[in-house]
Design a protein around this ligand. Structure first.
Ligand SMILES: [Zn+2]
Length: 322
């Protein structure tokens, strides 16, 4: 029987059992890495998210929200670009024709990453364990004329659920009975946002700081993305409208120590690229520190309501081993 006294004893014992968190210097690292990269470049560099999470692609599927991110090379054809596992995990699906096969990796019982429109010569198979950064495919050279070559990338909590891609697809867009890849889109006028079903904002999920108390695989830095040459304002707080008055010129290839990350909710609920939030706290050359925006919405593509669907990266995490 649980008496007040035994309850207290249990609480004290539990508290004593919690290991003291090892204090590491003020450093945060992203939980995962980006899913695509060019040879000799930091992961994600040279790419734009042309259609972001929960945005509308007016020329491909008007009236629907995207359940992932479409990654395109900024210059040239995306076909042939290498696609990498964002974290350690097990390949739980490799197949379908999207067009091009789809690879799904399980990182935890309720966390999956999905890589779509891959070339047919997959380097992985179902049941295989993959490490973070392992190549899981290359981008398919699209010849179907429906869309240029690109990576469709999702993070979500499920492999199949009845109403999305299980026995009772609600909108008839399933790829078949218990078909893991799923529709890739969810109706704008559906009663719930894709996040309510279990899809996640990939950029937010990747940039969520890794669990505290872990020794980061660092020193963590960010690098200014290729082609970026802008002056940004340095803010005292993430997302702050007002700057410190300090302006920071970002020059391609320059690196800054990464001190902290503030990113939007993993289950984000906006329906345009304006809903993305990604801020990095950097150590600055003058010895100060401040928050700088790491990615910005752009109107490279917009939804039918005129709001931006695209995201460009200004800063990319440079992780040891990435
Ligand atoms: Zn897509």
């Amino acid at each position: 029987m649980l008496t007040r006294r035994s309850l207290l004893a249990a609480v004290v014992a539990a508290a004593a059992a919690i290991p003291r968190r090892r204090v590491v210097a003020q450093v945060s690292v992203p939980a995962f890495s980006y899913p695509i990269g060019l040879p000799g470049r930091v992961l994600g560099d040279g790419f734009v998210i042309r259609h972001g999470y929960a945005t509308e692609n007016t020329w491909y599927n008007p009236g629907w929200l995207h359940t992932g991110e479409d990654w395109y090379a900024i210059e040239g054809d995306t076909a042939g670009a290498a696609v990498f596992a964002i974290a350690d995990g097990e390949v739980v699906f490799a197949g379908s024709d999207y067009p091009g096969p789809v690879v799904i990796v399980r990182h935890a019982p309720d966390l999956f990453s999905m890589y779509g429109h891959l070339a047919y010569d997959l380097p992985v198979e179902t049941g295989q364990r993959v490490a973070r950064g392992a190549r899981v495919g290359t981008v398919l050279s699209r010849t179907d004329g429906r869309a240029p070559s690109h990576l469709h990338f999702e993070i979500r909590t499920f492999l199949t659920i009845p109403e999305v891609n299980g026995e009772a697809p609600r909108y008839g867009v399933g790829c078949g009975f218990q078909c893991p890849p799923g529709p890739g889109y969810w109706p704008i006028d559906a009663p719930e946002h894709p996040s309510a079903l279990g899809w996640r904002n990939p950029t937010h999920a990747i940039n969520t700081p890794a669990a505290t108390g872990m020794e980061p695989r660092v020193p963590a830095e960010v690098v200014v993305a290729s082609g970026v040459e802008v002056e940004v304002s340095v803010s005292p707080r993430a997302g702050a409208g007002e700057g410190t008055g300090v302006r920071l010129p970002l020059v391609s290839g320059e690196r800054y120590p990464l001190l902290d990350i503030d990113t939007g909710p993993v289950a984000s609920t906006p329906t345009s690229a304006e809903g993305y939030g990604l801020w990095y706290r950097l150590a600055l050359p003058d010895g100060d520190a401040g928050w700088v925006e790491g990615a910005v919405p752009t109107d490279d593509e917009t939804g039918s309501d005129g709001r931006p669907s695209s995201i460009r990266f200004l800063l990319l995490p440079l992780l040891a081993g990435a």
